[in-house]
Write a protein that binds this ligand. Structure first.
Ligand code: AVJ
Length: 321
């Protein structure tokens, strides 16, 4: 369950599917059925997510990149020389470039991602584009990082968690994550946090149920992956993509809805679905300035700056430890 150093990326690709299988089986044994969104991100899922970021309906990536271009010069000044950028869920490391371009005297970059393929490709591209930067990737679940690689060096730590990925975590887990990050990053750390903001449900629903069906393919890829890696027998076409706004929990939810009664087998178990029963595959919480401040404060961070972009709006918070 740990997070590995770059040198073990190849080994991670050969990992037995046991953790994925055990977690999927546990989630499908619950009522209602759930799955962790971290399992979306195999090579195919990571590539599908990159496609999502370019959809007309999926505003968060574009809006955040523009806002980041705006704030990065100011915030980079506060980093000081020789700082180390630690990115949680780095994916293709596209937004990272905006920070690296603004903070030209960073000494090291530690991308952390669950997809070894995405991490490999991104690390190679960043290394080429920023030859003076030490790049020390870690592969694994960013919730489980308890040490940074030696190659990161001693510079001041700057956490970077863009994309509103924190919205995938339940409120308690988000606070626990931010607390753990504060401890990991240590004395004098800063943390750049990107969040999506509450807005009209129509805008949110369109962003998670695009006309081209890319988000539906991303959601169903979880079942494709389970069939391939776990030998599961999901009839993928019998599951409908659903994107639902849950106002009480202030979150978008993605579900996979069984369109008929069925039984699915894997991990030596049988999982029964009634028609219209769903697997809740992801929550993407949507924040307000107040809810971000509350979360950060509960985790022991101070909000040094909070910037909101134009509609459809997202926000970036600069936290200090
Ligand atoms: C990468 C987790 C931020 O929640 O908006 C995109 C993933 N899910 N479309 C999000 C996602 C459906 C995305 N995060």
């Amino acid at each position: 369950a740990g997070v590995r150093l770059a040198s073990d990326v190849e080994a991670a690709k050969d990992d037995p599917a046991s953790e994925f299988g055990a977690d999927m089986a546990a989630g499908l044994s619950r009522t209602p059925k759930v799955a962790s969104p971290k399992w979306f991100y195999d090579a195919e899922g990571s590539a599908l997510f990159e496609d999502i970021t370019r959809l007309p309906e999926y505003y968060p990536t574009r809006q955040e990149a523009a806002l980041l271009r705006d704030v990065a010069p100011d915030w980079a000044e506060r980093f000081g020389p020789g700082a180390v950028l630690v990115e949680y869920g780095s994916g293709a490391s596209e937004k990272t470039r905006i920070v690296l371009d603004a903070a030209s005297d960073l000494s090291a970059y530690v991308p952390i991602d669950i997809s070894p393929d995405a991490l490999d490709a991104a690390t190679a591209r960043i290394g080429e584009a920023y030859p003076r930067l030490a790049v020390a990737p870690m592969v694994g679940d960013f919730m489980a990082v308890d040490d940074l690689p030696e190659a990161a060096g001693p510079g001041r730590r700057i956490g970077f968690f863009p994309g509103s990925t924190i919205g995938n975590l339940d409120p308690d887990d988000a606070v626990a994550f931010l607390k753990a990050a504060r401890r990991l990053l240590g004395e004098g750390a800063l943390f750049v946090l990107g969040v999506d903001l509450v807005k009209a449900p129509e805008t949110l629903i369109a962003a998670y149920d695009d006309a081209q069906g890319v988000t539906a393919a991303f959601n169903r890829n979880l079942l494709v992956r389970a069939n391939r890696e776990l030998g599961a027998d999901f009839d993928v076409d019998a599951f409908a993509h659903r994107a639902v706004w849950n106002p009480e929990a202030s979150r978008m939810e993605m579900h996979l809805e069984a369109t008929r009664d069925m039984v699915v087998r894997f991990e030596g178990q049988r999982f029964s679905f009634a028609r219209s029963e769903t697997i809740h595959t992801e929550s993407s919480r949507k924040f307000t300035e107040a809810s971000v401040r509350e979360m950060a404060t509960l985790a022991g961070w101070r909000v040094a700056d909070f910037r909101v972009g134009p509609a459809p709006s997202v926000a970036l918070a600069l936290l200090e430890g």
